[in-house]
Design a protein around this ligand. Structure first.
Ligand SMILES: [Zn+2]
Length: 248
């Protein structure tokens, strides 16, 4: 059985070579790694270049980073310069758990909208982080007409997940159960769900992505095999990963 870890941060591992090889041995066939800070972007591209058949980068500025930055020009130019090396933009979004002042919120918003505009103009998928800000995030995505969207580590209410799914957005599930997440898994169609670890933050390593698959399978009362096939297919379609074989 094969899985795709649709979201993690390989740059945060010193021993990323071992992490990648453990993932491959445990049935992970692709890893999407996000470089979303000033310091992580170069290393993220470097790791992906080293594993062109199984590690794919997305680049952005996470909202927790954005709120203390003055300008996003150099981050956006980096993304432009590396356009052919990335498969998407992210993670970007809003995090009202960390942003306390109106200034911090408006910095997050400015950054999110800039990168979102870029992703739409380049027809790239966008990986969105939202925490305590799901409604605002969804409003911005709708207003901008975003179509290729992955809501990663979604922890908002079911009603918001439902309207996201109605718009064709995908929601990725980390290997950490919670009551709201269980509701989302239960009621959102399998076609709209992806698997992720957010390693090293939620899952320990990308090899833990099978725990996300088990979680989805047990709540939806499906075989893990079916979850593996459906999530792999949806992930490959969202990120246009045509080069990967066995996507069936
Ligand atoms: Zn992340």
């Amino acid at each position: 059985m094969q899985f795709i870890d649709s979201h993690c941060h390989l740059d945060a591992f010193k021993n990323y070579d071992e992490v990648v090889s453990r993932a491959l041995k445990s049935g992970v066939k692709a890893i999407i790694t996000s470089g979303c800070s000033v310091n992580s972007k170069n290393k993220t591209i470097e790791i992906a270049q080293k594993y062109p058949s199984c590690v794919f980068p997305v680049i952005g500025v996470a909202p927790q980073e954005a709120m203390s930055m003055n300008s996003f020009d150099s981050e956006l130019s980096f993304l432009r310069d590396n356009k052919l090396k990335v498969i998407g933009v992210g993670e970007v979004g809003l995090d009202f758990h960390w942003a306390k002042s109106p200034e911090e919120v408006s910095k997050q918003r400015e950054c999110f909208e800039l990168f979102l505009d870029y992703s739409i103009s380049e027809k790239l998928p966008v990986v969105v982080h939202s925490r305590d800000a799901e409604k605002d995030v969804l409003d911005i995505l709708m207003k901008k007409g975003a179509e290729r969207v992955l809501l990663h580590c979604f922890s908002g209410q079911l009603s918001i997940a439902e309207s996201a799914a109605e718009h064709g957005f995908l929601i990725s599930i980390p290997p950490v159960p919670s009551r709201t997440r269980e509701k989302v898994i239960k009621h959102i169609p399998l076609e709209n769900l992806l698997l992720e670890t957010d390693a090293p933050y939620l899952g320990k390593e990308p090899s833990d992505v099978d725990d996300s698959a088990q979680l989805v399978a047990s709540i939806k009362e499906l075989e893990v095999e079916e979850v593996s096939k459906a999530t792999t297919k949806s992930c490959m379609a969202l990120f246009n990963m045509r080069g990967l074989n066995g996507g069936d």
